[in-house]
Write a protein that binds this ligand. Structure first.
Ligand SMILES: Nc1ncnc2c1ncn2[C@@H]1O[C@H](COP(=O)(O)OP(=O)(O)OP(=O)(O)O)[C@@H](O)[C@H]1O
Length: 567
């Protein structure tokens, strides 16, 4: 079997840790550090001047005030830049993940669990934002700031002290790197368990009705509790690691370091190498050398989790479409007043996993023709509908809409030819008008009413207080199954596509609603070629031809006897 075009494995380059836009906050942090060092040095000089009974020069005082101002402004800027970058990284990455998924197709095509997608697009991108925005810049700055401080100490106070401190300071980053290796596994385990929990919750919510009907709610609740316990334990393991680090880093290192600097300062003052004021400035400057320690605690929450989340998000964002999109066609598919011609010639199609569905299939629909497609469950009817919408492209043979092959036009071009009314209709949270405008974003209210008229839904909507502005979906009014189907018909009318695919549109509604829907479909079918996928004899009754899909081929079926329910 020929391989699927574009079916490359997911994966891709990971963003480098040090990117160019990381440097402005780092440079400004250096600036703030130098400004602060100037303030400390002037303070030291002031101390010496007081001891010697002199006045501090006016120029030095102005310098100290100016440096303090620069340090304040620079620090505030870095904080603001970090918050802005955090939001921007989060948004960009979320956008990339979603775009990759919209291009790749629905989850049953991409075979990625919905829960994993939701948790990556929300939770993981947020962590990456915090990692790249609020953590990485300050972390790089805090590791490099000691170099700046040591240079200041070496140049302005005492080279020997700078040298001794330079030997001790790298211990902090060394500790961080050591612990990173030690706790990487517990961070990854936390991510996996929290993702699993998000997926399990989503599954339970989506399948709530089924769970209730099967009386399986209790058992699922127990499973969710177990998954939740797993997350708790993973968090605790992560926290334990964090506490060890805080203890080692904060208590031992901080105290030891300050004591060492104090001792160094005193020794050097006693030796006459530096003045007492310089000794004080030295101790003050040493506190800046401990910057990296402040980041160690954050490293566990933001650093490790962010890195793991980033790997996950990048992997999903790099997901390539299973079906590569063809270049747009210069010739538009030909539409007549009656509808559009549909031609399938020698079409073979198998799913990427090798499930062969149609073999050497021919199908020709004249513009305006109405054809019913029957076949047992799993025969491939929905696959055929997907081939017509260019969800999939055939491996061999051609699917032509209005004379143009789906493999020779863009997805948008192909999909503009087709409107579908499926078994169930998804209503998005929003108003009725917004739900209708998904099909035609520029439609006027008048056009919406016309479509609702065709779909026999106009009277129902008029009876609502807010009319077209009535909220529907999760947080609004829930429409009945029949009303939702009529809304789907109105959407199909608004799309104004010349091929209408009806995939068991009355399968989920009661008989009373069925009559109204069948009439509405009849009106919506005018001027369109119609392919009805059905198990019901009633839905096949109005067709010009009934075809049965069996063993990957189409057979003409004598009507009306064989169009019955075969489920
Ligand atoms: N994404 C997929 N990957 C692999 N196999 C698939 C995929 N989707 C469907 N199939 C398989 O392809 C075959 C045809 O499925 P299809 O859904 O087209 O049948 P159908 O006639 O529409 O069935 P039903 O009447 O139950 O909706 C089945 O064997 C199904 O298991």
């Amino acid at each position: 079997m020929p391989s699927h075009p574009g079916s490359a494995p997911a994966g891709g380059p990971q963003l480098p840790v040090l990117t160019r836009d990381l440097w402005p906050p780092v440079l400004v942090t250096w600036l703030a550090t130098i400004a602060l060092a100037v303030v400390y040095l002037v303070l030291g000089r002031a101390l010496d001047a007081i001891r010697a009974g002199r006045d501090l020069a006016a120029g030095e005082m102005v310098l100290a005030v100016a440096a303090a101002l620069v340090a304040g402004v620079a620090t505030a800027w870095v904080a603001r830049a970090a918050a802005g970058r955090q939001a921007q990284v989060e948004q960009t990455l979320r956008h990339r993940v979603m775009r990759a998924f919209l291009a790749a197709g629905p989850p049953d095509v991409t075979r990625v669990a919905t829960g994993r997608l939701v948790s990556t697009a929300t939770d993981a991108t947020e962590r990456v934002g915090a990692y790249r925005g609020a953590f990485l810049g300050p972390a790089v700055a805090s590791v490099t700031v000691p170099v700046v401080v040591l240079v200041v100490v070496g140049v302005a106070i005492d080279p020997l002290t700078a040298l001794v401190l330079a030997v001790v300071v790298p211990v902090a980053p060394a500790i961080i790197i050591g612990f990173q290796r030690l706790f990487r596994a517990s961070s990854a385990a936390y991510r996996v368990s929290s993702r699993r929990l998000a997926g399990a919750f989503l599954d339970a919510i989506q399948g709530l009705t089924t769970l209730r009907l099967l009386g399986a709610g209790e058992q699922r609740a127990r499973e969710l509790a177990a998954a939740s316990e797993e997350v708790r334990q993973a968090v605790m393991r992560l926290l334990r690691g964090n506490q060890v680090v805080i203890l080692v880093a904060d208590a031992a290192f901080w105290l030891g370091f300050v004591a060492l600097t104090g001792w160094l300062a005193m020794t050097r003052v006693e030796a006459g190498a530096i003045t007492p004021g310089e000794g004080v400035a030295l101790v003050l400057l040493a506190t800046l050398l401990l910057e990296p320690l402040d980041r160690v605690g954050q490293f566990f929450y933001l650093g490790l989790a962010g890195r793991a989340s980033e790997r996950e998000a990048e992997k999903l964002a790099a997901q390539r479409p299973i079906v590569a999109e063809p270049a747009p066609s210069r010739t538009a598919p030909e539409r007549t007043a009656a509808g559009i011609a549909v031609d399938l010639d020698a079409v073979c199609f198998a799913y990427p996993d090798g499930t062969a569905v149609v073999t050497d299939l021919d199908l020709h629909l004249a513009p305006g023709e109405r054809v019913a497609l029957v076949g047992r469950s799993g025969a491939g009817k929905s696959t055929l509908a997907d081939l017509l919408q260019a969800v999939w492209l055939p491996q061999t043979g051609t699917v032509r809409l209005g004379g143009v092959a789906t493999s020779a036009m863009s997805f948008a071009q192909a999909r503009a030819q087709v409107a579908v009314v499926a078994q169930r209709t998804y209503l998005f949270t929003g108003t009725i008008a917004e739900n209708l405008r998904l099909a035609a974003p520029d439609a006027s209210d008048e056009e919406l009413w016309e479509a609702l008229d065709v779909a026999a839904l106009a009277d129902d909507v008029r009876a609502l207080d807010a009319g077209l502005a009535t909220a529907v979906g999760e947080r609004g009014l829930s429409l009945s199954g029949g009303q939702a189907q009529r809304l789907a018909i109105a959407r199909a009318v608004l799309r104004d596509a010349p091929l209408l695919i009806l995939d068991e549109p009355t399968a989920q509604v009661d008989l009373g609603s069925e009559r109204v829907i069948v009439d509405a479909l009849e009106r919506a079918s005018r001027g369109r070629t119609v392919l009805t996928i059905t198990h019901r004899a009633s839905a096949a009754a109005g067709a010009d031809r009934v075809l049965e899909l069996r063993d990957g081929r189409l057979l003409d079926v004598a009507r009306p006897t064989t169009a019955g329910d075969d489920r």
